[in-house]
Design a protein. Structure first.
Length: 277
């Protein structure tokens, strides 16, 4: 569903022309996605393009020209299955990043990282992480009451604050890990039981993930496919209603003069190129 009033070629020339740093980053993220997609297909794991990646697919048939991240979502049961198979099936040039594979990593969703690059997002959360390459985000989604999910966000606030304000990482990191383990082993299992008892209907990001826009099962399933960078990937079958519930009129471009990338510095280790975006 490309929008006829959008000059896609002009946007590409302005933001991500072939050979540009951003375009090389997008191509590397696409490489990661293709590998994850192949693994999901082999193991019958359902996922879909999400957030700005889904907007890009529908509005641009590819990346939003200025976008420097890539997001996919899946139900938690599929996510748990994927976390089991990824470590043994990813090529050596890629790595799964979770708390289990990278103990300093404390987000409640996974990343698949490229090991041939080093990326600095500028928020300094990643300063102790083992894997710091270009990545795609993989979000587990759960049925839950919205207030329960927002309660789970409260439990991670102190953890983020400790790390954000730390002047002694040797002391801060063990504290962050303790809070993370408490949430995963006690707080979140209790909240999941509560959601089950309450008969939750709305799908939103997994517990502890600070995004709570609702998704609706009838908009997502059965999954459809859509073109993204010349390839076909899963998307919610009613992607229009799905996106409008989250973003409003996603077909309209934002103020292009206010567009800012997430990335501060990016180094391609296999290309001997180091530049600032």
């Amino acid at each position: 569903m490309q929008q006829n009033h959008i000059d896609h070629e002009a946007l590409r020339r302005r933001f991500n022309p072939d050979g540009s740093q951003l375009r090389r980053q997008q191509e590397r993220m696409l490489e990661l996605l293709k590998v994850v997609d192949d693994i999901c297909q082999r193991h019958h794991i359902r996922y879909w393009l999400s957030s700005g990646t889904l907007i890009g697919a529908i509005r641009h048939d590819g990346f939003i020209p200025w976008d420097d991240d890539l997001d996919i979502e899946m139900l938690r049961k599929d996510y748990l299955k994927l976390m089991e198979v990824l470590p043994r099936e990813l090529p050596d040039t890629m790595a799964l990043q979770t708390h289990e594979t990278d103990p300093a990593y404390f987000f409640c969703y996974a990343k698949v990282r490229d090991r041939r690059s080093i990326l600095n997002e500028g928020n300094n959360y990643d300063r102790a992480w083992k894997e710091q390459g270009i990545y795609i985000d993989i979000f587990p989604m759960e049925k839950q009451r919205m207030w329960v999910h927002k309660l789970s966000e409260k439990t991670i606030g102190h953890m983020y604050k400790i790390w954000r304000t730390s002047t002694d990482d040797a002391k801060a990191l063990p504290a962050v890990r303790r809070i993370f383990r408490l949430n995963m082993r006690l707080v979140y299992p209790v909240l999941r039981v509560l959601n089950k008892l309450l008969g939750a209907k709305v799908i939103t990001s997994g517990l502890g993930i600070p995004y709570h826009n609702p998704r609706y099962e009838e908009d997502i399933f059965p999954l459809a496919t859509h073109q993204f960078e010349g390839l076909s990937f899963p998307v919610p079958h009613d992607y229009d209603h799905h996106l409008r519930c989250i973003y409003g009129d996603y077909t309209q471009l934002p103020d292009l003069d206010k567009v800012k990338p997430h990335v501060g510095k990016l180094e391609f280790l296999d290309e001997d190129v180091k530049e600032e975006l």
